[in-house]
Structures are given as C-alpha cells and as structure tokens.
Design a protein around this ligand. Sequence first.
Ligand code: DX5
Ligand code: ZN
Length: 217
Amino acid sequence: MSKLKICPSILAADFGQLNDQIAMLNNSACDYLHIDMMDGVFVPNISFGFPVTQAIFKQASKPMDFHLMIKDADPYLTHCVKSGAQIISVHQEACRHLHRTVSAIRDLGAKPGVVINPHTPVEALMDILPMVYLVLVMSVNPGFGGQSFIDRTYDKIHRLRALANSLNPSLEIQVDGGVSVNNATQLREAGATMLVAGSAVFKAPDPVEYIEALRNS
Ligand code: DX5
Ligand code: ZN
C-alpha cells in the first residue's frame, strides 16, 4: 500500500507569519504545497496573486501544486511555472478549450491536472483522462476553506478510479475540501492518492504531527 501524498493548502496559513509557516511545512513530511488561486469571477472570492506565490517559492523546499480557480487560465500558466508550479490544475467547468489548456501546461514542462466541482460527473473527463497527471475531485464548492466535506465524493472517487483503470492507470486522484484524519482512510480506500488539507492542518495543535497522521491514514 503506497502512502497518501499530502498537500497542505496555504490558504489556511497565517499570512502574517508566512515564512514561519513555510519553514514548518519544509520540515514536515508533506509532499506538495497546495496553492489556491482565485479570481473573484469563477469563484466568489479572491485569494492572492503572483507576488505572494513568488515569495512562497523562494522560501519553499517542497514542490508546489497550483489549483487555479480562475475563469481564463491560459494567460497565467507561464506565471505559474515561473512561480514554481510543478503541477497546474485547471477547472473543467472554467476552460472553454480544456484540451488546449492541458496541452499548454504540458508544453510548459508542468504536470497537468483537471479539477471537477461537486456537481460535475467524473464521466465528463473520459476523453481528457489519458492526457492528465491528476484529477482533483472537489469535495466542497470551491472558493473558501473550512467547509464541510460532501459525502457523495466517495462514490465519485470510486467511479473515477474505475475509469482510470482502463484509460490512465497511473492517474493521481486528489481530493480537496473538508479533508481531515476523520475521512482520510475512507478516501484512500475509495481510490484517492493525494489529499489537500487546509484548516485541519493549520488548526492542529501540532501541524507536523497531523501531516504525518494524514500520510499514514
Ligand atoms: C477551496 C480550496 C481548498 C481549501 C481547502 O476552494 O480549493 O484548497 O483551502 O480548505 P479546507 O481543507 O479547510 O477545506
Ligand atoms: Zn484547492
């Protein structure tokens, strides 16, 4: 059984102590820093921009995984790579020409991911699945941290894993929203390989220990 990859979401960090928070994550067993970028159009919130991601990149010794919650991602892909993105994930619902965007991410040397909102069926990904490194299944509606996990996500992960077995067996399945030690094992058993966790990690009394517990779920 391979361990879950853990991606703490920087959105939940204390931005007044950003360097300390990144140093803590550098010393933890996490696998990626999850970077949530929002445009106030695709989602009803705005997070941070490239000056902040550049500062994180300078400080981070872990690879960075970008989750773009933006309506028109294409003009920003190069900025993401310059900010250290090793994985760039874009929303299926936000990309008019998803195949083109996924190809552009790959051409820039990053690993492409596609994200689906809670209402989007995994079957909508059939024709893009062979091209992507990961699928991110949203287990909350995107835009905010600290929301409750939507239980139907388990079934979606099961169905996605079954699709991936024939179309892309090495597909990483990432889950984002309301993830904690309370649902991590069930997510792994459903077929998830990467977990994003924001509030659960940063509100834990010992975030480093918490990340370890998530990995071992
Ligand atoms: C929500 C973001 C998440 C968020 C998760 O739109 O994509 O990455 O930070 O936060 P928690 O783990 O608190 O639900
Ligand atoms: Zn995210």
